[in-house]
Design a protein. Structure first.
Length: 95
């Protein structure tokens, strides 16, 4: 799935600072990945079970059915451009 090029103007309409927008999109992409892992949509391997095999003559290839998913960064960028993301600044209290 190729990603489409976007213009900075599109990002500037949603946020005054392009770097701020990039940080917001990146943090949202990390959240999306964490949600996918929590829902077991991303398969992880247990390396210990692979090493317990005694027959090393044939390479071990796990049988996995891959599901093509939208990239987390693309999904986060779409949410940002559609105005679905809200963010706020956290300020530390000074004594």
């Amino acid at each position: 799935m190729p990603d489409e090029t976007i213009h900075f103007r599109d990002m500037e309409e949603k946020s005054e600072d392009v770097f701020e927008a990039t940080l917001v999109i990146g943090k949202r992409a990390r959240q999306i990945i964490a949600e996918r892992i929590a829902r077991n949509q991303i398969v992880t391997f247990d390396r210990d079970t692979e090493l317990e095999e005694t027959d090393f003559s044939e390479p071990i290839e796990p049988e996995i059915e891959y599901e093509e998913m939208i990239k987390a960064t693309s999904e986060a960028l779409d949410e940002f451009l559609n105005g679905e993301l809200d963010w706020k600044y956290s300020r530390e209290e000074t004594p």
